[in-house]
Design a protein around this ligand. Structure first.
Ligand code: DAH
Length: 344
């Protein structure tokens, strides 16, 4: 009996696994273990013997239990320490750089124009990209068979009536109808447009326009000019001069092309303005009475102006980009360049 403790200590000395320790523990303290058998033997002893051996066996049991408990704790602690040592984190290491995204430059430009126009009381509205011929052409004073349709050949979804819009101008009609000919309108609609074009540096089958429409009373070309002037000055600088050139659109009368003085050469002539000193940035005009009528507005009471900027053109000018495909080919090397440039 004396040797039991020493035997146990010797056996568990090199054990470093709790499962192995448990198995040894069972051999001594389990139901059929050595100590339990000693206790069972007590039953067969005389009272005197019991009085002597009982306490000895019981204290042996307690001591052995403690030996196993201590050893178990020791093993668990060692396992934890080993783990902590191996999982050490070196906080002095430089962190890995987290790459974050940046808004597309086209999106940035559009948001800038939105901000400018919202500050003048305009709402930013949306229209469908899959549009009806009725809104894209007919209600803009471009009936079936009109030659102006040739320049805006687009993609047809279903028959001849459902198409991908070739311009954002149909949103003018939709907005007028939504306001039921009763309320003044100030809206801009930036959005995607589509045409059957072969892609090159200056053409894309998908591009973006920023449409604007104002309907109120006694609106004239000078209101249009003042508005466009504010937009281009905010975008390109206070010294920019705006010029109107006569033009022709079916949904405006009179119609104009909006030119701005070249911000690069200040009008002297350079490759950006093709040596003319001027850059065309938008089509615009006074809303045609037919269009007002079809939109539910009485042209005897209401008048308005409309404009359409090419979003890519504005962004190309502002960021010095010379190929339209940059916006759509998602080459990060190119896009990253422009995002950093001029980032305010
Ligand atoms: N929708 C025309 C186009 O795509 C641009 C345009 C011209 C829009 C005159 C207008 C406008 O609102 O008044 O060529």
């Amino acid at each position: 009996m004396e040797n039991i403790k020493d035997d146990i200590l010797e056996i568990i000395k090199d054990v470093n696994d709790t499962k192995e320790l448990y198995d040894i523990r069972v051999k001594y303290l389990g139901k059929k273990g050595v100590i339990s058998e000693l206790l069972a033997d007590l039953g067969k002893m005389s009272i005197e013997e019991k009085k002597v051996k009982g306490p000895i066996i019981n204290s042996l049991k307690q001591e052995v239990t403690k030996i196993f408990d201590d050893k178990n704790r020791e093993i668990e602690l060692k396992i934890l320490n080993d783990k902590l040592k191996n999982e050490k984190i070196d906080i002095s290491l430089p962190s890995t750089k987290v790459i974050s995204g940046a808004p597309n430059i086209l999106e940035k430009l559009i948001e800038e124009v939105e901000e400018i126009l919202m500050s003048m009381g305009y709402d930013v509205v949306d229209g469908p990209e899959v549009e009806e011929d009725k809104f894209n052409f007919e209600m803009l004073n471009i009936p079936k068979g009109h030659p102006a349709r040739d320049a805006q050949d687009t993609f047809y979804i279903e028959g001849e009536e459902i198409l991908l819009r070739s311009q954002t101008s149909p949103v003018q009609v939709r907005t007028m109808l939504a306001n039921k000919g009763e309320k003044p309108i100030r809206m801009i609609c930036p959005g995607k447009t589509y045409r059957r074009d072969d892609d090159d540096a200056t053409h894309s089958h998908q591009f973006m326009q920023i449409e604007g429409l104002l309907v109120d009373k006694d609106i004239s070309l000078s209101d249009l000019k003042g508005t466009v002037d504010v937009i281009v000055k905010k975008l390109f600088g206070q010294d920019i001069v705006t010029r109107f050139r006569p033009s022709y659109y079916q949904f405006t009368e009179p119609s104009v092309e909006v030119d701005i003085s070249c911000f690069n050469c200040k009008g002297k002539g350079c490759n950006i303005c093709k040596n003319t000193g001027w850059i065309t940035v938008a089509g615009a005009g006074i809303v045609h009475p037919n269009v007002l009528k079809m939109g539910g507005y009485n042209p005897k009471i209401w008048s308005g102006f409309a404009f359409g900027f090419g979003a890519e053109r504005l962004a190309m000018l502002k960021y010095g980009i010379n190929d339209l495909r940059v916006f759509y080919n998602t080459d990060l090397r190119e896009l990253n360049n422009f995002d950093r440039k001029d980032a305010e």
